[in-house]
Write a protein that binds this ligand. Structure first.
Ligand code: UDP
Length: 466
């Protein structure tokens, strides 16, 4: 064990739930080894933030120039531009103040890879930077190739192959529509496209590149990328109680931008038989159309499984008008609808047999790590790519297909859920899910790949600071 006493690192989170969770969880691993961690989070999140359990980590707010930002505004061009300007300034002020105070000044700053400009701020103050990637290696590699100009936009289908990438060979599984939406449709979110490509603008200056994935999951690609960069896989960054159980009291993510209805979910799930329920959630940002909401409601109503459906407050207005009665939610027998839940608690509950998901990278890793088979319904961002890997490479899920209007109809949803719950293909998928669960646990358990990498990162910091 190294003498970590008094060694201090700063971590800057990007204020979106799917980015806060993995970075905070990784910070907890470092803190458990004796590092002092200050977790900086933009102040606009303060009103909505539920600080449940950040362990020994000190959470501090810094200005991003807004008092309060609703979750679905966090991805607008206006917010993102403003965020960069304001946070560059307030982060620089924070570091300056902090370097003058008596306690040991931090020499390392861990930041979200999508905020690549943070590295310049860190370096101006003589600090080393660690860029933390919250997306898969597959998705990172695609963005890198586009950034580098190896893959040109708009993407083109290669004659006779139907795909655009064949290096490494694993990538040839991707068809045009499986690429992250920001590169598949370059005109829709130009500001976000700039940000995701910008992740690679200064990687050679970052001392470490950390990825929330595990080597076994993306073996071929991790080796491929590892030959070109100094990278470390450190995932899945899931609270220890669900994985290796070595971190005391690490029972949840700890910081939530939404208030989970945890007790109501648990009580309801406890009343259901084993593997009888489908859990439905589209994460913190995705937004479904009204037609799609109606079809989803209809599919859930007709299937024989019970369902627990997360509909965020901002999505509620799209529900069919008499949905409560129609869905039989009044008596709680058939289903339960909540605005937010503790997803890990739900996924690890014995009565859940299937996860209908948008395939956010955290949700994907969580389902894989807890052994829950998936029905995938990707919406945007990296989700189509994750969905393809879930179905075709890791073989732990089925994908619903949309009709010509781009809507997935109720019967299609019902049929995929039934297949996962009781079908022949479902059996194979359930077995694969159990296998991945064990592999994921081993990766973060003592001596696993991610465990060794976290230890190496920690030792590097200690060597730098002593
Ligand atoms: N989550 C949760 N409760 C919910 C829905 C989601 O705790 O009701 C968590 C989930 O466990 C995951 C994160 O929110 O860690 C969502 O991240 P993801 O990458 O899956 O999707 P995003 O929200 O970024 O689209």
């Amino acid at each position: 064990m190294y003498p970590a006493n008094g060694i201090h690192v700063l971590v800057l989170a990007h204020p979106v739930q799917g980015h806060i969770n993995p970075v905070l969880q990784f910070s907890k691993r470092l803190a458990s080894k004796g590092l002092k961690v200050t977790f900086l989070i933009p102040i606009s999140t303060r009103k909505s933030l539920n600080l449940v359990n950040a362990g020994s980590i000190r959470v501090e707010y810094i200005s991003d120039g807004f008092d309060n930002v609703e979750a679905d505004k966090l991805i607008t061009d206006e917010y993102l531009d403003h965020f960069r300007l304001s946070v560059s300034r307030s982060l620089s002020n924070f570091i300056q103040k902090h370097q003058c105070c008596k306690e040991s000044p931090a020499k390392v700053l861990i930041f979200d890879s999508i905020d690549s400009w943070v590295l310049d701020v860190a370096m101006e103050h003589g600090m080393h930077g660690a860029s933390f990637f919250t997306q898969s290696c597959v998705v990172s590699w695609i963005y890198y190739l586009v950034h580098h100009g190896t893959v040109k936009l708009p993407l083109k289908v290669v004659e006779g192959q139907g795909c655009v990438l064949s290096d490494p060979p694993l990538m040839s599984v991707l068809r045009l529509n499986d690429f992250p939406s920001f590169v598949a449709d370059v005109h829709k979110y130009p500001a976000i496209l700039k940000i995701v490509l910008g992740q690679f603008s200064n990687i050679q200056k970052a001392k470490w590149l950390l990825f929330n994935t595990f080597t076994e999951l993306e073996y071929e690609l991790v080796n491929w990328m590892g030959n070109q960069w100094s990278m470390m896989t450190v995932g899945p960054t899931i609270p220890s109680v669900y994985m290796d159980k070595r971190l005391e009291d690490d029972i949840d993510y700890g910081l939530s931008l939404f208030k989970p209805e945890a007790e109501a979910c648990l009580r309801w799930l406890d009343s259901k038989p084993p593997r009888s329920t489908v859990y439905v959630s589209f994460g913190s940002l995705a937004s479904l159309g009204e037609d799609q909401m109606a079809e989803l409601a209809s599919g859930l109503r007709s299937m024989k499984s019970h369902f627990l459906w997360v509909v965020r407050e901002s999505e509620e207005k799209k529900l069919p008008s008499n949905f409560m009665q129609e869905l039989g939610l009044d008596d709680g027998k058939k289903g339960l609808m909540v605005r937010w839940c503790d997803q890990l608690q739900v996924l690890s509950h014995g009565s859940v047999g299937c996860f209908m998901t948008h395939c956010g990278w955290n949700s994907t890793l969580e389902a894989l790590s807890l052994g829950v088979p998936m029905v995938v319904m990707p919406q945007w961002s990296d989700q189509p790519t994750n969905a393809t890997f879930i179905v075709e490479v890791w073989k732990v899920g089925l994908r619903v297909r949309a009709n010509e209007q781009g809507v997935v109809i109720g019967e299609e949803i019902e049929s995929c859920v039934n297949e996962i719950m009781d079908g022949e293909k479902g059996k194979e998928i359930r077995e694969n899910s159990s296998r991945w669960k064990e592999i994921a646990k081993r990766a973060v358990g003592e001596g696993g790949c991610s465990d060794k990498n976290i230890q190496e990162f920690f030792s590097n910091i200690v060597d730098l600071c002593t």
